[in-house]
Design a protein around this ligand. Structure first.
Ligand SMILES: *Cc1c(COP(=O)(O)O)cnc(C)c1O
Length: 266
């Protein structure tokens, strides 16, 4: 049997992940996710050291984020800028805790992101790139960024159309405080594993093509793809970063459509 015929999505576990309420729960869940990562790497003949786990803490309150820090988390993903900024301020005493913004950004929030974020994974417009670069220069900071690509073709998803990616990447060297690391995507939200896998494969193939003509200084090594319901498939297709929330912290009360509204405000 091929890998593709055995690895299924686990979206059906959504709503069933129990809430992690103490540091032991979080440690256990982190261990379980790491074991799933290692198993997917083994199937794909990859080194688990080449896959970074980014825990996603959106909607999780400060008390539980402090438990996650105690359980060893040092970089957390948030998809809404204001929520992330509020948490950054509230937990400034945890000096080694860093924040990755993984959701759509409007230009009027670029200044906030330039101030506190360690990483931004949802770059998909030159307007945002320009605004970020300007504010980063003013702050004397640099920012790791990922270019978000819409691999599912769904109108509700942010990200560049794959065909627009080459020209976009070619323009990025103008923004010297953006350190381009790679590409990011959200797959189709579906229990049909083959259709999910196609989205991840599309991002990898695009990255491989872009790499051949990437300008100097533009790194395209990273592929951020896969979440609680589909990260094993993403790893089989080459993910170097998986963004995992519910499998670590527990099921969220609100449906996923709440976090990725069409034209919504991040
Ligand atoms: C919430 C979120 C995730 C994680 O989703 P889970 O189902 O909690 O694992 C990954 N990527 C993005 C962009 C998100 O907003």
């Amino acid at each position: 049997m091929t890998i593709s015929s055995i690895t299924q999505t686990s979206h059906d576990r959504h709503g069933r992940y129990p809430q992690a309420l103490c540091v032991e729960d979080l440690r256990r869940n982190l261990d379980t996710v790491r074991a799933r990562i290692a198993e997917a790497c083994r199937r794909a003949g990859r080194d688990p050291g080449d896959v970074r786990l980014l825990p996603v803490s959106k909607t999780i309150d400060e008390a539980r984020i402090r438990l996650a820090h105690a359980a060893g988390c040092r970089l957390l993903g948030e998809n809404k800028v204001q929520e992330a900024h509020r948490k950054w301020e509230a937990m400034a005493d945890l000096t080694d805790l860093r924040w990755s913004v993984i959701g759509h950004l409007q230009t009027n929030k670029a200044r906030q992101v330039a101030r506190f974020a360690a990483e931004f994974q949802a770059l998909d417009s030159l307007r945002v790139a320009r605004a970020l670069d300007r504010h980063l220069q003013a702050e004397g900071r640099a920012l790791d960024v990922f270019v978000q690509v819409n691999t599912s073709g769904e109108a509700s998803k942010y990200g560049l159309a794959p065909d627009d990616a080459p020209a976009f990447i070619a323009a990025l060297p103008d923004f010297s405080s953006l350190r381009v690391r790679g590409l990011m995507t959200l797959a189709l939200f579906s229990s049909e594993a083959d259709r999910v896998r196609e989205c991840f494969a599309r991002l990898r193939e695009l990255r491989d093509r872009l790499r051949q003509c990437a300008p100097d200084g533009i790194g395209l090594d990273e592929l951020s793809m896969g979440m609680s319901g589909d990260f094993e498939i993403a790893i089989e297709e080459g993910a170097t970063v998986v963004r995992v929330g519910q499998a670590i912290f527990g099921a969220r009360a609100l449906p996923d459509s709440y976090y990725w509204p069409a034209g919504g405000d991040a």
